[in-house]
Design a protein around this ligand. Sequence first.
Ligand code: ZN
Ligand code: ZN
Length: 277
Amino acid sequence: MANPNFAVRFWGVRGSIACPGVETARYGGNTSCVEMRCGDHTLVFDGGSGLRRLGEALVARPGGTDVDLFYSHTHLDHVIGLPFFAPCYDRKSQIRIWAGHLKPERGIEEVLDTMMSAPLFPIPLAIFTARLSFLDFVAGESLVPHPGIEVRTGPLNHPNRATGYRVEYAGKVVAYITDTEHKPGKRDENVLHLVDRADLMIYDCTYTDREYRAHHDWGHSTWQEGVRLAEAANVGRLVIFHHDPDHDDNFMDRIAAAAEKRRPGTIVAKEGLVLRP
Ligand SMILES: [Zn+2]
Ligand SMILES: [Zn+2]
């Protein structure tokens, strides 16, 4: 049975670069941003361009915003939304920013500060008035952002590193696994560990298996590998995520139909979609 207190909402489902336009209007053109509501707590996974509209929704809710923002990594498609995240400019907001791929050489505050520096961006990170904390960890650690919410983490296979997440709350499990590349014919043990018997597995499905042949070492996976992983790990529902910006709505419809045939119940993430694990 679905848990009414645990909800997953998609604010951005694309990878690489935002791709707004009539041909992507149904699935959405914003880059990675997923909100998980665990009771009264809000966890956010990645802050791509989809983070802007989540911010508008958060400041419209009564009371100050209190969020934990977990980055998979800091490629631009996952961080570009932060300067446009309204709670950053609200003194009443409390924002804890987590990242597991930068230690020991760097830290998340330094990297975001670099993104928001002239002449790339006109205002610095220091302009934010919210109460911010920057929490670097090492992928593989388990985190407890709030009592009753367990967040397990693990390293993914991606250029400059990335972190996968497994959120356990109220007896349900949601895994957020992007960006990562598989090795053909071999399941990634780190990923299997994170997605084991998850109710929902949100997975980097940038390519089809056919397209992947021309994209080795680009750091991304395929929806067919998502299905193979879901089966190997007894996952409830696979959620196809991090869509290639070249995949328009008609292409995504074809993936949805093929995935439904291959593993019934598989979901293709769309902007605005809400799932209950
Ligand atoms: Zn990405
Ligand atoms: Zn990336």
